[in-house]
Design a protein around this ligand. Structure first.
Ligand code: GLV
Ligand code: MN
Ligand code: MN
Length: 435
């Protein structure tokens, strides 16, 4: 009987439109930085929607939100469905929020038809997925998965020095439950692809098998402030010129490790930032990604070599985050694959280019993802757009996969089999979990 069940596309679309009003930007996008007032508003609306759908909502120490619809067997851990409500500074209307509201729509449609699943179904909103306000990204799903320490997460600061714990308390989303104790039997996330492949191939569903690796760096280039008119070109220690070489090096290194290697300098601060002073200090970020961790090591060596070539300034290059590639769970992938084929959607298997909460969770619990196309592959942009029928298709796949998995989850979620080094400033976990 559940085979013919389909989600309510109009209701899903309306909830996306409603959420897009919170932190709305003039260009059609959203700005809901993690733990900001706008994030609080989105959380309040989401919580009320879940309560209205008959769910119990609980919040852990890091503000991760879990809304539970009970199942037939209360001893089973839930099939959790979710993503994040925070956005980039110039974010779109779908990145993250689609995955959360697709989970809500699944609960609503199960309610409409009085369907009892075996395991409970939960909708999850993970705190600070984007990493735009507090680095690194996927911070609180990372703590849940045991990859970061709680204290590390609580002490992250934004550009104004505000800490995660202060901001959680300020917006009223500091819960009691220890982060990571709340059991999950399987985790599913629907997301826009944020890349061009599905659209280019006229496909509707991406069955995502894993995520590529990431390395994030903080770089400080120190030169010497000096007068722009009276300091000869030969005697300068211009930090911005050196930083410009390194920005170009990031581009060259990514291209040299193409087509899969990508590298971005997304943030740069010039000091003192005055027209007639030679810049004495530059701080900037580097984001390198590749599906193969060995290639990421080569990219790391190459940027360190480039930094060592800057002779008239000092360069401090700190790798603040090393997130190796991850494989998703075979049983979850199979459930998504089966649902996609049953629903006859054109699909492809793919590896995620973006980071997602699932990439963290998959190191602790069985997890996988569904992608749907987005226009021109564009994301982290106010113009981000996904066709309603594609969003419906992704949610239908998620619905069938969740029902399927609710019959399969084991009373105990799979444990982490290796301890991961997550203390200190530079975060590395090199060993993939063997399953
Ligand atoms: C998050 O959107 C990321 O991939 O950095
Ligand atoms: Mn996202
Ligand atoms: Mn994003």
């Amino acid at each position: 009987m559940t085979r013919g069940l389909r989600i309510n596309g109009d209701r899903l679309w309306q909830s996306l439109l409603d959420m897009s009003q919170i932190g709305a930007l003039p260009g059609g996008g959203c700005r809901r930085l993690a733990l900001s007032d706008e994030d609080r508003q989105a959380r309040d609306v989401f919580r009320q929607m879940c309560l209205d759908a008959g769910c119990d909502v609980h919040i852990d120490r890091l503000g991760n939100m879990f809304a539970r619809r009970p199942g037939r067997n209360p001893d089973l851990p839930p099939v959790a469905i979710g993503s994040h409500l925070d956005t980039q500074p110039h974010g779109g209307r779908f990145d993250g929020v689609y995955g959360v509201l697709a989970g809500l729509e699944i609960v609503r449609i199960l309610n409409d038809h009085n369907i009892e699943t075996d395991a409970p179904i939960e909708i999850v909103n993970w705190t600070n997925e984007e990493g735009a306000r507090f680095a690194p990204a996927m911070l609180c799903s990372g703590v849940y998965a045991g990859l970061f320490d709680l204290d590390f997460a609580l002490s992250r600061t934004d550009a104004d020095g505000l800490r995660v714990d202060e901001e959680l308390a300020r917006i009223g989303y500091e819960g009691d439950t220890p982060c990571g104790k709340h059991q999950i039997g399987a985790f599913l996330e629907a997301h826009i692809e944020q890349g061009p492949l599905l659209e280019q191939h006229d496909e509707v569903i991406g069955v995502v098998t894993g995520g590529q690796g990431q390395r994030w760096y903080d770089v400080t280039v120190t030169g010497r402030d000096a007068h722009s008119g009276s300091t000869p070109m030969s005697g300068r220690s211009d930090a911005l010129v050196a930083a410009a070489h390194l920005v170009t090096a990031v581009q060259d290194i990514a291209l040299a490790h193409g087509p899969d290697g990508v590298g971005t300098v997304g943030e740069l601060h010039v000091s003192p930032n005055a027209r007639n002073t030679i810049p004495g200090e530059i701080q900037f970020t580097i984001d390198f990604r590749h599906p193969d961790d060995r290639v990421l090591s080569e990219m790391d060596t190459a940027i360190r070599f480039a930094a060592s070539q800057e002779k008239v300034v000092q360069v401090a290059l700190d790798m603040i985050w090393h997130n190796p590639p991850v494989q998703f769970d075979t049983r979850c992938i199979d459930a998504i694959d089966k649902a996609t084929r049953d629903l006859s959607y054109p699909y492809r298997y793919m590896v995620s280019g973006a980071g997602h909460d699932t990439c963290q969770l998959a190191r602790k619990v069985p997890a996988a993802m569904v992608f749907v196309p987005c226009r021109d592959g564009l994301s982290h942009n106010e113009a981000e757009w996904a066709e309603p029928e594609h969003l419906v298709a992704g949610a239908n796949v998620l619905l069938q996969a969740a029902i399927d998995l609710s019959r399969q989850v084991a009373p105990e979620a799979r444990p982490i089999r290796q301890s991961l080094n997550t203390t200190g400033k530079s975060h590395t976990y090199d060993k993939e979990l063997s399953r």
